[in-house]
Design a binder for this molecule. Structure first.
Ligand code: FAD
Length: 495
């Protein structure tokens, strides 16, 4: 073991990079996430070329596949107080953003050779939903499963989220699913051999308007019924939970000490590693381009590496699900909506819970690495698959954060990025069989909470698929409900 340093900000050695490659994380985006190189104060300015040269030297990648990771604004670490001073016109919608991705997944990264000609189950999307389902199917004995992912693992919303996990929901179905998911997360390291850095510091919801305060009040009884210890807290008690919090403009708060945060990337890798160990094929850089449909069934999934004949297809493509479904002639009501997020320089531990002002969609927490990680929805954001980052977002976020935590104004933002919520008309997922195409199963529409729902949903979906026994989850959240108008809206959405 050598100590040949490659990223001094994050203490990443050449051997760490070799280790990532040995685990199958060979492209630059994946090596960045697996080792942490390029995520420190210099944001890759001093280490990116060294990692690229090492990957080429070690023959981990062909020369034309060694492409740099996507650069993230700001150009250099910038204080929140300075960002908050940038002017924002709230009457206008946000536009564009940087970087404009030219070719996010270059052909050179596509694996050589075709995909398998046949599989029992083909899952489209290697996000948390697709991978968790594949793992649970394999655990139930079904290993003839292929997961198709057009980019690297973590390319979609599952690699871009805030890692918040909470049981504070407004409907029984989501409370129950989140509760089960958090139980799975607690045992994840034992079962899958990877640390997901679960930290149960709680979720502190703040309400400004009386009607939002009423929502929090209503939820307490529901949560307690499921054994979730949510309680209403006064503004003073909220300040005790988070010292320095101003509670400016807030009239009420609720707190569940058992909610928390996890680190998204290892959660995804854990499922992916578990899949591969059990014989599931996880094919990255492989894009689904169409379907062969006949007699009310999907017969084949077409990809840019050949066709796969299959018995069952699962659509788990997140915000891209409507466009993939369209290839099979299926219309989905989901709409993608950009959500921006950022991360600061690391600080000593000072913030226990994830805090969210429900009225404005502001949320912030402190990661296990010490960074403040947070985001905020924008009511003017139009629908669309946009993953650019804007100055408008950082300015709005910094302003709203400093209103609640004035003492963090000097803290520097290191990196901002964006992902897409996969939004349905009732803020609930779309699950189960597709009317008219029985063997195309839906697993999308998880808005801004799919990460925390995945372990429980995947567990139940795998059991439902393997045993054929009925489960009300797949009728309650079936696509049919939008035509039938039987919608129960979830209103505890952040952003
Ligand atoms: C900024 C932000 C913050 C969030 N915060 C939280 C949070 O705190 N807690 C929480 O629980 N959730 C959060 N979410 C939501 C959560 O990230 C998502 O609900 C969840 O990750 C969805 O998982 P998925 O597997 O359905 O989709 P994804 O992770 O997006 O996976 C879908 C995959 O399909 C692939 N794909 C698309 N088209 C094709 C094709 N044609 N062929 C092959 N593959 C294809 C994509 O590349 C992608 O990797 C947040 C989301 C965002 C954007």
């Amino acid at each position: 073991m050598s100590k040949s340093m490659i990223c001094s900000c994050e203490d990443v050695t050449a051997d760490d990079v070799r280790h990532a490659v040995s685990r199958g994380y060979c492209d630059v985006e994946s090596v960045k996430r697996y080792t942490g190189f390029g995520t420190g104060i210099c944001q890759g300015k001093s280490c990116l070329s060294a990692v690229a040269a090492l990957l080429e030297k070690e023959k981990a990648l062909k020369a034309d596949a060694v492409v740099p990771f996507t650069p993230r604004p700001p150009l250099f670490p910038t204080e929140l107080s300075l960002l908050a001073s940038a002017p924002v016109d709230e009457s206008l919608p946000p536009i564009g953003g940087v970087p404009q991705e030219v070719d996010a997944f270059p052909k050179a990264l596509r694996p050589e050779g075709p995909v398998p000609a046949k599989a029992k189950v083909v899952i489209i999307g290697g996000g948390i939903m697709g991978l968790a389902l594949a793992y649970n199917l394999a655990r139930a004995g079904e290993t003839d499963v292929v997961v198709l992912e057009r980019g690297y693992l973590c390319a979609g919303a599952s690699g871009r989220n805030g890692g918040g996990v909470r049981m504070q929901w407004g409907t029984p179905a989501l409370v129950e699913l989140a509760k089960r998911s958090i139980d799975v997360m607690k045992g994840f390291a034992r079962e899958l051999g990877i640390n997901v850095w679960l930290r149960q510091g709680g979720y502190l919801f703040l309400a400004r308007k009386p009607e939002v305060a009423k929502r929090l009040e209503r939820n307490v009884a529901l949560h307690n019924r499921f054994g979730v210890p949510t309680r209403l807290v006064t503004p003073d008690a909220a300040r005790d939970i988070v010292p320095g919090l101003t509670m400016k403009g807030c009239v009420a708060a609720s707190f569940n000490p058992e909610d928390g945060v996890i680190f998204p990337w290892p959660f995804l890798w854990g499922y992916a590693q578990g899949c591969r160990k059990k014989g599931v094929r996880v094919e990255t850089y492989t894009e689904v381009t169409g379907f062969e449909v006949s007699g009310g069934q999907v017969r084949k999934v077409k990809t840019d590496r050949g066709d796969i004949a299959c018995d069952t297809v699962v659509l788990a493509s997140g915000a891209w699900s409507p466009q993939v479904a369209k290839l099979a002639g299926v219309e989905l009501p989901n709409e993608p909506h950009r959500h921006e997020i950022l991360s600061t320089e690391p600080l000593k531990p000072f913030l226990g819970p994830l805090v969210s002002v429900l009225d404005s969609g502001l949320y912030f927490s402190q990661s296990m690495r010490g960074e403040i990680v947070g985001g905020m929805g924008d009511p003017k954001e139009p629908a669309g698959l946009n993953m650019g980052s804007t100055l408008r977002f950082v300015s709005r976020f910094a302003h709203a954060l400093m209103e609640q935590l004035p003492h963090v104004g000097h803290v520097k933002v290191l990196r901002q990025w964006a992902g897409c919520y996969d939004v349905t008309p009732d803020n609930n997922p779309i699950l189960g069989r597709t009317p008219g195409l029985d063997n195309l199963l839906q697993m999308s529409g998880f808005v801004g909470h799919g990460f925390m729902m995945a372990p429980a949903v995947a567990e139940r979906m795998a059991a439902w698929m393997a045993t054929g026994e009925s489960d009300e989850l797949f009728t309650r959240f079936n696509l049919r409900r939008f035509a039938e108008g039987s919608l129960e809206r979830e209103d505890m959405i952040i952003g």
